[in-house]
Design a protein around this ligand. Structure first.
Ligand code: FES
Ligand SMILES: [Fe+2]
Length: 450
């Protein structure tokens, strides 16, 4: 048992049921990251009973469009029907269990067809066609051999599934987080990259990395001049969700404000028609200047930031939605991250990153050289980027990148996992900056003990 008595620097969400008067307490035996028994408990108690992010609604525009995603040993197929409803099914043919679909997305299926012996199903999962049907002693039919369905729901262009037929509705599960996401209008953003990297660590090792900024000073030194992690605000929500909010375009309070603006802000400032040298000796003014210029240029472009406040034009929020979804949200770009377990090995996982941006034509005036964010990818693939798969060695060798920041994280994740295996290490000790990790594991424990 690990226990600290710090007063945690977080605020409680409205209507939260989390007891914030309790000391920060955790039972963080290392076995949760390492043991196959623990992984098995998650396979039985966590994944089949949770709302899980499965993909983007933009991949399901028309009848017969489909996506498929894997979580541990399970594989789920989601299809758009001709009446525009969505169907979600275990991706296992009811003949002999073959996985029907193996690519992550596709368009315009005429029916769901197993490639092995050619059984076909409607988009509602009903068995339609069975080659040589009369050769079965009891003929398979829709009543006995249709695909097994799971719950599916869409929110703000994000598709979710839940294998538990009795699970609460997605909107209830998200609660007030819906109001944090909706103002950013994700549905008008475009997918500009989809990546999956295989990592030699437990999915929760990745997850914990996202839930604290304690490590930022040490492995992400570039953040000191642009985000104030020292004063980030953590908010805990029911059901294990949490959020952190970080002020952008400011110097971290722990560091001396520089005389000159950091050089890597130059593309942003010039895109906003601001001269980086004009901030010599007045670097703290950059934040407000960026907010004002974004408003001015958005008006020129006819782009509507909607209900976003000035602060939301410069700040970063990160939402952590239990059990394995992170959204890093800025006004012009959203990154979606999902660490997923390996089917059998607790020392391995898959990590997906989806990047969405407001369309370039909404956010740029090439004639004037104006651009609302330097993050905008002006050379994106059309109509849809390919799903890129690689492993951590490709990132460490700098052949692939998720982002500078996450590449820096990946460099350490394998070593974290390896170090925990040692007989010289037995428990994880958390401080108050790591309260979101605590919150996640507390909720995980409650789910696994049901
Ligand atoms: S396993 Fe699918 S048709 Fe035989
Ligand atoms: Fe990091």
């Amino acid at each position: 048992m690990v226990q600290t008595t710090h007063t945690a620097p977080f605020v409680m969400a409205d209507n939260s049921t989390v007891d914030h008067t309790a000391p920060v307490t955790a039972d963080m035996n290392k076995s949760r990251y390492l043991s196959t028994q623990w992984q098995q408990r998650e396979s039985e108690q966590l994944w089949p009973k949770s709302w899980l992010f499965a993909g983007l609604e933009s991949d399901l525009k028309d009848s017969g469009d489909y996506i498929h995603f894997e979580i541990g040993v399970e594989s789920i197929l989601i299809v758009r029907d001709s009446d525009h409803s969505l169907g979600a099914f275990y991706n296992s043919c009811q003949h002999r269990g073959n996985r029907i679909v193996t690519d992550s997305h596709g368009k315009g299926m005429r029916h769901i067809r197993c490639p092995y012996h050619g059984w076909t199903y409607g988009f509602d999962g009903a068995l339609k066609g069975v080659p040589s049907r009369k050769r079965f002693s009891t003929e398979p039919c829709a009543e006995t051999h249709s695909l097994k369905s799971v719950q599916v729901a869409a929110f703000e262009g994000l598709i979710w599934v839940n294998m538990d037929k009795d699970a609460m509705p997605l909107e209830e599960y998200l609660g007030t987080l819906k109001d944090k996401i909706a103002p950013y209008n994700l549905q008008r953003m475009q997918l500009i990259s989809q990546q999956t990297v295989a990592l030699d660590c437990n999915w929760k090792t990745v997850r914990d990395n996202f839930l604290e900024q304690y490590h930022v000073d040490f492995i992400h030194p570039q953040h000191a001049d642009t985000v104030d992690c020292e004063n980030s605000i953590n908010t805990l929500f029911p059901f294990g969700h949490s959020m952190t909010r970080v002020k952008g375009f400011v110097t971290d309070e722990k560091y001396t404000v520089p005389e000159k603006a950091p050089h890597y802000l130059a593309p942003l400032l010039s895109g906003l028609d601001l001269d980086i040298d004009s901030f010599d000796g007045r670097v703290p003014d950059i934040r407000q200047a960026v907010q004002q210029q974004k408003r001015k240029i958005a008006k020129h472009l006819g782009f509507d930031y909607g209900p976003l406040s000035d602060e939301e034009l410069t700040d970063v929020i990160q939402l952590d939605i239990f059990p394995n979804l992170f959204l890093t949200i800025q006004a012009e770009e959203v990154s979606i991250y999902t660490p997923r377990p390996h089917p059998s090995n607790p020392d391995q996982c898959y990590f997906d990153k989806w990047t969405l941006q407001i369309p370039e034509e909404m956010a740029c005036d090439p004639a004037k050289g104006w651009m609302l964010s330097p993050l905008l990818n002006t050379s994106k693939e059309t109509p849809r980027p390919k799903h890129d798969y690689f492993d951590q060695d490709a990132v460490i060798a700098q052949q692939k990148t998720l982002s500078l920041t996450f590449d820096q994280d990946i460099f350490y994740l394998r070593d974290m996992q390896a170090g925990m295996h040692s007989r010289g290490f037995d428990k994880v000790t958390l401080n108050v900056d790591e309260v979101r990790i605590q919150h996640f594991h507390n909720w995980l424990d409650s789910q696994l003990s049901q």
